[in-house]
Design a protein around this ligand. Structure first.
Ligand code: IMP
Ligand code: MG
Length: 174
């Protein structure tokens, strides 16, 4: 790891306010519907668990983990599952919970995979949307924050597997 410092970007109070607001939107959208909320490991684990505490629609939950290989340039990366869901998704509404949508390559793969599984609908919640960096087209249904640049850590997000445990989000200054 290169020498670096952390600079506070979103406090835990700011994050909590956004998480509550997203949960309210989700509660309205899915009232009375069979919902499966899927956490994209590892980065989304804290957002996912906080979000679920405010969700009142009695969802099922599951987890996936994705790996990306190769590609000197970002857009040539290949994505695969290293852990898939374990419950049946057929006929249910699916809500994917991700930490950051950056190039969009990971989530466009994930959305395609889920669409092939005869689900009732599929939606995406991301804590942070790096909209300006998009290479693959991804539609985001629920978003916490929009960020134009910078590498961030904390609240589940890592820099070389460090800082995931922090309750706030920081920019890494190199
Ligand atoms: P994408 O396929 O380029 O959209 O990459 C998204 C993935 O890259 C996310 O799931 C994150 O795990 C990771 N990522 C992107 N930006 C950041 C960041 O600023 N901090 C930590 N992880 C990030
Ligand atoms: Mg991630």
């Amino acid at each position: 790891m290169k020498p670096h410092t952390l600079r506070l970007l979103y406090s835990s109070a700011e994050i909590d306010a956004r998480v509550r607001a997203i949960a309210e939107e989700i509660n309205m959208r899915y009232a009375g519907e069979p919902l499966v909320v899927i956490c994209v490991l590892k980065g989304a684990f804290m957002f996912f668990s906080d979000l679920l505490k405010y969700i009142t629609v009695k969802p099922e939950i599951d987890f996936v983990r994705l790996a990306s290989y190769g590609g000197g340039i970002e857009s040539s990366r290949a994505i695969s599952f290293t852990k898939d869901v374990e419950i049946s998704l057929q006929g249910k509404h699916i809500l994917l919970v991700e930490d950051v949508v950056d190039s969009g390559i990971t989530m466009s793969f994930m959305l395609q995979q889920m669409q092939a599984r005869q689900v009732a609908s599929i939606a995406l919640a991301t804590l942070v949307d790096k909209q300006e960096r998009r290479e693959a087209c991804v539609s985001i249904d629920f978003s916490g924050f929009t960020l134009s640049d910078g590498f961030i850590v904390g609240y589940g997000l890592d820099y070389a597997e460090k800082y995931r445990e922090l309750p706030a989000i920081y920019v890494v200054d190199l």
